[in-house]
Design a protein around this ligand. Sequence first.
Ligand code: NAI
Length: 243
Amino acid sequence: MEGKRVLVTGANSGLGAHFAELLAGNGAEVFVAARRLQALEKVADRIRDAGGIASCLELDVTKPDSRLSAVEAVGSVDVLVNNAGVVTQGSALKQSEADWNRVLDTNLKSMFFMAQAFAPSMKERGGAIVNVASILGLRQAGSVLPYAVSKAGVIQLTKSLALEWARYGIRVNALAPGYIETALNGEFWKTDEGAALVRRIPQRRLGQLSDLDGPMLLLASDASRYMTGAVLAVDGGHLVSSL
Ligand code: NAI
């Protein structure tokens, strides 16, 4: 990733913070972006302490003005990692319109407009967009309907953009993680419900952040130069679990 400028959204925690550190650790100059500057500073400090290059960017992906300011502040990037996402839990009968809008706006609509905002700068020398989807975009589970719909949309968005932007040398691929253990969901996996979920994964274990390293580096780097419109599942075999 030497010489590449990379922007990671939702980079102040979980997968996004990990991706930022991973890409910086592999030589990229990384812009860590999210709404909370204080949390971002901690991620950027960790990158710099490890000898990497990082800048913080206050960004709300759902706000057009904020996206515009991000483009003005950063200029061109070689790689955009569209990672910011939110989830809501609840039965379909009780789903509120406000939660539906928040999830679809953040996970799907903003992903498209972030790609649209940075694509012009990529057109000159090519680039890569990595959209973080989920296996819930390909299969379904109870109580996460808007999230699953948003991630299914991310997959179709990825394929449609791949088709339109191949002519500009912009590759668009999706990473579809299965259940990954993070600081935010760690406690859940210790419950009976969490343990039951893990038993349904063919590899019988949760994914760890480091399990995403190879796939992310593949999609973000020139190693995937002939890949576009691909959806890479990283899920311990969860998608092929027995019916
Ligand atoms: P997280 O809650 O730790 O990270 C989400 C990030 O998005 C946070 O940094 C948050 O500040 C940011 N964000 C939310 N709304 C934003 C907005 N309007 N503008 C800018 N940033 C915003 O959760 P996690 O688990 O790290 O999720 C990251 C991505 O990975 C999401 O897209 C999620 O759907 C996806 N994913 C996570 C899986 C998991 O098991 N943890 C599995 C499959 C996909």
